[in-house]
Design a protein around this ligand. Structure first.
Ligand code: FAD
Ligand code: SF4
Length: 486
């Protein structure tokens, strides 16, 4: 039996309720600080937004969520004024609700299929998730899960991004000992060294790490698996029974044009990591330097490009985006693009960089671009950028290339049993996420290439369930299985 709704409204009336916009810090104010841009819902707004949900009998939104959050159930709890219970409900399937409420591409997943969106703006599922998670943090209502008796099995997690953290959580709550090995000196992966603080405050991730430590997950930092210890060391001398690879896709793709090696040219990964992980903007207080340009050119129009532009803006630069397609093809989340537009970024659409011009000391001074135009849509509807033979040159002293990333190659390069495909992505069994090496599983960007936080978490959940089955003898050994089939 479904509990009664708080407001006595028909579905038609709910459909017509206005969408509650989260209040944002003013653009002029926010470009001067790294504080979070959205201020969040107050209680009344959250209840009103929750009232827009129709509590569908066959909710498409759940199917569209890679970790299957019971979206109508948590929204109903918010409508009933029970945000702590709503957070608890989300945690049944997603242990990073505060992060996911902020960074998940809901507009392409759950909100894209929300039925309310057929006539009005869809229910703000992400904003409501964020509200419930923030309530839990503010009023300290978080409850720790009961950890079952120790199974005696020990699992090594390589990498502490959303995939590694999720796998660690799922395995720990099944009673296994879990050790996370991280190459950097802090845990969180892209959540701490890529996604800027004004989108995802660092204390949220630190609290999630503390939560894992409190339930018994161990973290080992400054440990590159594949260099300092190998997978065989972990599964041999170090006594682990299984391993999970969540090493992400941190290898940047770069433009091969004249001047690409000039001083002042960065990949977006390096630029953001220097600032957010190494705190280079505070040099010399922190040891890592950063060339802080006054005119910054960012190449690309995805999420990482938006993050780089908005970061450079906060460091006081005049920032221009160069993208070889038009705004319609920009792959960034619509919200990120909108926020960047509000923050006085300059836009050069249909502009393909062909050269970085330098001075005699090899410092970049200008960017040269070819003007592009888009072809007619092909059979798949895609419009290809076509060179026009016309060029322009702009002044700039820093370039940040944001052209996507490839899978981190260290592990497959140092362990030949880990197979990769032609794109360097680690290949896994589609059902279990097991790699070609026995007892080693993988998930996240390492098996997909650059993707999303929630997809990484979804795969880690599958891998963790498979590791559990493997360790508890619930799956048959592949060799045994093939012998049986002979
Ligand atoms: C700037 C930026 C913005 C983004 N914005 C969004 C967004 O808004 N929403 C969204 O959903 N997604 C976003 N993404 C993508 C998302 O962050 C990734 O899909 C997600 O983090 C992948 O998780 P992961 O755990 O697989 O890898 P990662 O988060 O990359 O974590 C991998 C971890 O493994 C460690 N590691 C690597 N090799 C080794 C080794 N050999 N030994 C030990 N440790 C190792 C790394 O140091 C890192 O900590 C963004 C990505 C970037 C770069
Ligand atoms: S699809 Fe939309 S209206 Fe239906 S249950 Fe999900 S959030 Fe509510």
């Amino acid at each position: 039996m479904r509990e009664k709704r708080t407001l006595n409204l028909t579905n038609k009336e709910r459909m017509n309720l206005p969408h509650q916009e989260m209040i944002l810090m003013e653009a002029e104010e926010r470009v001067c600080s790294f504080d979070e841009v959205p201020i969040g819902y107050n209680h009344e707004q959250a209840v009103m937004e929750a009232s827009r949900c129709l509590q569908c009998r066959k909710p498409e939104c759940i199917k569209a969520c890679p970790v299957g959050i019971d979206i109508p159930a948590f929204i109903r709890l918010i409508e009933q004024g029970k945000p702590a219970d709503a957070a608890k409900k989300i945690r049944e399937t997603n242990f990073l609700p505060a992060a996911c409420g902020r960074v998940c591409p809901q507009d392409k997943q759950c909100q894209a299929v929300c039925v309310v969106g057929r006539r009005n703006l869809p229910v703000g599922i992400g904003d409501l998730e964020r509200y419930a998670a923030d309530y839990e943090r503010k009023y300290k209502t978080l409850e720790y899960p009961d950890i079952p008796e120790d199974t005696g099995k020990k699992i090594a997690i390589v990498g502490s991004g959303p995939a590694g953290l999720s796998a660690a959580y799922e395995l720990r709550i099944r009673g296994h000992q879990v050790v996370v090995f991280e190459a950097f000196h802090r845990a969180g992966g892209v959540l701490i060294y890529g996604i800027p603080r004004f989108r995802l405050p660092i204390d949220i991730i630190d609290e999630d790490i503390k939560f894992l430590e409190n339930i018994g997950v161990e973290f080992v930092y400054n440990m590159i698996i594949g260099k300092i210890l190998s997978l065989d060391d972990l599964l041999g001398e170090e006594g682990f029974d299984a391993a999970f690879i969540g090493t992400g896709a941190g290898l940047p793709r770069l433009l091969d044009v004249p001047g690409a090696n000039a001083n002042g040219v960065y990949s977006a990964n390096e630029y953001l990591t220097r600032i957010y992980l190494m705190e280079a903007d505070k040099f010399p207080e922190f040891a890592t330097p950063l060339y802080q340009g006054k005119k910054v050119a960012v190449i690309g129009a995805g999420n990482t490009a938006m993050d780089s532009m908005r970061t450079a803006k906060r460091l006081g630069a005049d920032v221009t985006c160069y993208y070889r397609r038009s705004i319609e093809e920009a792959p960034a989340r619509s919200e990120e693009l909108k926020h960047a537009q509000q923050e006085m970024i300059n836009w050069k659409w249909l502009s393909n960089p062909v050269e970085f011009i330098t001075n005699e000391d090899n410092f970049i001074t200008h960017i040269k671009c070819e003007i592009m135009e888009l072809s007619e849509p092909d059979d798949s509807g895609r419009r290809i950028p076509v060179a026009t033979g016309k060029f322009f040159t702009d002044e700039c002293d820093t370039v940040v290339m944001s052209l996507g990333c490839s899978v981190n190659p260290i592990l497959p390069a140092t362990d030949r049993e880990i197979k990769i495909n032609d794109w360097g992505v680690i290949t896994v069994d589609g059902e279990t996420c097991e790699t070609s090496k026995k007892g080693v599983f993988a998930g996240g960007d390492a098996i997909t290439g650059g993707s999303t936080v929630i997809l990484a978490m979804g795969q880690a959940k599958i891998a963790a369930a498979s590791i559990h089955d493997f360790l508890m003898g619930k799956t048959k050994d592949k060799e045994e299985e093939s012998l049986e089939m002979v």
